[in-house]
Design a protein around this ligand. Structure first.
Ligand SMILES: CC(C)(COP(=O)(O)OP(=O)(O)OC[C@H]1O[C@@H](n2cnc3c(N)ncnc32)[C@H](O)[C@@H]1OP(=O)(O)O)[C@@H](O)C(=O)NCCC(=O)NCCS
Length: 192
């Protein structure tokens, strides 16, 4: 398993992906409590649920050497959200797999920050971690997230739609759409 330095920093033209600091927990909790940011999740998170998520992110970095990074936008926001890579934590037809995840403060939507950060995360996943594929998924109503997947050039197939096993059987958000990016496709695209 490739281990990355504790302080891994990925930089795009406008964004910076970094390891988490203790003082990120407050703004992370604000983001996770925001009804707009969380509208496509089962519910906003309480402070303790948000802190538990931060703990799981740290544990993922400790175990795998990568994870969802804290997203900083220099001169704009020291903490804007999260973008990064993590092992899918449930079983489905496409697992084991590494997913790319993103969550951005709504005031910063519509400026391309997440697409830029996801570009850095893909480069890291395919070039440094040598992953063969990275997936992303969300509910069909989450048009902004689907647009990021499409903007990045990820591909989808209706046969990959799946019922999220962590949601109750009749939950309205159970159906998820899966997008995939293959290493070869990314490297070819990045070099073109
Ligand atoms: C999903 C989410 C991250 C998308 O945020 P976003 O701001 O729409 O995505 P980006 O940062 O890539 O920005 C893209 C937008 O910026 C615009 N843009 C401006 N400059 C740009 C640039 N340099 N590059 C790319 N896009 C740019 C694009 O046209 C697009 O605008 P549009 O929505 O009007 O078409 C955000 O809605 C979010 O955090 N949602 C809540 C959490 C969530 O649902 N996460 C996903 C769960 S799987």
């Amino acid at each position: 398993m490739l281990r990355t330095p504790e302080n891994t920093l990925l930089r795009g033209p406008r964004v910076l992906l970094r390891r988490w600091r203790a003082d990120d927990r407050g703004p992370l909790a604000e983001l996770n409590a925001d009804p707009v940011a969380m509208q496509h999740f089962p519910a906003p998170l309480t402070r303790s649920e948000s802190d538990a998520l931060a703990d799981r992110i740290e544990a993922h970095f400790d175990m795998h050497g990568f994870g969802p990074w804290a997203l900083e936008i220099p001169d704009v926001a020291e903490f804007a959200g999260l973008v990064g890579l993590m092992h899918v934590g449930f079983e489905a037809h496409f697992t084991p797999a590494v997913e790319i995840a993103w969550r951005l403060a709504p005031a910063l939507w519509g400026k391309g920050y997440v697409s830029e950060a996801a570009h850095c995360a893909f480069d890291f996943g395919f070039r440094a971690l040598h992953l063969s594929q990275i997936v992303a998924f969300t509910i069909p109503a989450n048009l902004r997230s689907l647009a990021v997947m499409q903007r990045l050039g990820m591909h989808t197939d209706v046969q990959d739609d799946f019922l999220h096993p962590r949601l109750p059987v009749n939950h309205p958000y159970r159906m998820h759409r899966l997008y995939r990016m293959d290493r070869q496709a990314w490297l070819t695209r990045a070099c073109s």
